[in-house]
Design a protein around this ligand. Structure first.
Ligand code: MG
Length: 158
């Protein structure tokens, strides 16, 4: 058996009056992500980690942000397509670990729902998908509630 690891990162600006969707879950909040898609930075980081593990480029190459096809798209659809790409090449996800950086709101109570949503899309057991979150201690643009960022790592096996 061979293994591959991948790393992903994403950041989106937050603005008043937009929907906030993270890890495939709608989170009630006054601000949401500015994006061509639904702005799910957590899923975008995860997609990039999976693509990176197989050197398949990045999410922007596969799902261009100037394409009408992806306007307002549910990022779970993008994740399903990335998962399909790695499966088509004979690989599968061993585990994923995602770190979300967000000042407000507290998302701890949504984490179980996010893990369940991601695991369902990926077709794996929930204990293979970790979602963690931290504030930015009020520092920088994330700390000032101007944006939300996420890092992801994955392990794939063939
Ligand atoms: Mg993004």
């Amino acid at each position: 058996m061979e293994y591959r690891t991948g790393l992903g990162y994403d950041i989106h600006r937050l603005e008043e009056g937009l929907q906030l969707v993270l890890g495939g879950v709608h989170i009630p909040h006054t601000k949401g992500c500015v994006a061509h898609s639904d702005g799910d930075a957590l899923i975008h980081a995860l997609c990039d980690a999976m693509l990176g593990a197989l050197a398949l480029g990045d999410i922007g190459q596969h799902f261009p942000d100037n394409s009408d096809e992806f306007k307002g798209i549910d990022s779970k659809i993008l994740l399903a397509r990335v998962n399909g790409m790695i499966k088509a090449k004979g690989w599968h996800l061993v585990n994923a670990d995602v770190m979300l950086l967000l000042q407000k709101p507290k998302i701890a109570s949504y984490v179980p729902q996010m893990r369940a949503a991601l695991a369902e899309v990926l077709g794996v057991e929930i204990d293979r998908v970790s979602v963690k979150a931290t504030t930015n201690e009020g520092l920088g643009p994330i700390g000032h509630e101007e944006g939300v960022a996420a890092y992801a790592t994955v392990l794939l096996a063939d």
